[in-house]
Every structure is written in structure tokens, then in C-alpha cells.
Design a binder for this molecule. Sequence first.
Ligand code: SF4
Ligand code: SF4
Length: 57
Amino acid sequence: MVDDKICIGCGTCINMCPVGAISFDKNGKAKIDPKVCIKCKTCQGVCPVSAITIKED
Ligand code: SF4
Ligand code: SF4
């Protein structure tokens, strides 16, 4: 998940996600589509402000 209060809307995670699971919501914050995400954790690693946490099921 993306913490809206921490995300600065830089777009890095959107550019790095290999399956295009992330987009901006209407407030300019990153949003992950759980139906598309393969939990590779790339976004979690590249976010400059550590706004993303990917949990295993
Ligand atoms: S964990 Fe991987 S697949 Fe899921 S949103 Fe992040 S970069 Fe995309
Ligand atoms: S990389 Fe982090 S700060 Fe940048 S848009 Fe994604 S969640 Fe927000």
C-alpha cells in the first residue's frame, strides 16, 4: 500500500513498476492496483520517502 500522507507524487514508482500496477489518484498520490501487482517490491525499494509497503499474503 501507499501511505498518502508520505507520498510526494514523484512518479518514480510508476516508472519502475514492471507490470504497470501503479498510477496517480486524483490527488496526485501513487495508488497500487492489487489485481495487477505481482509483489516484486521494486516500488518499495525505489520510493525516495519510503511511502510504500508491500505485504506478503
Ligand atoms: S510490488 Fe512490484 S508489481 Fe507491485 S506495484 Fe510495486 S513495483 Fe509494481
Ligand atoms: S515513489 Fe514514493 S513518493 Fe514517489 S510517487 Fe511513488 S509512492 Fe509517491
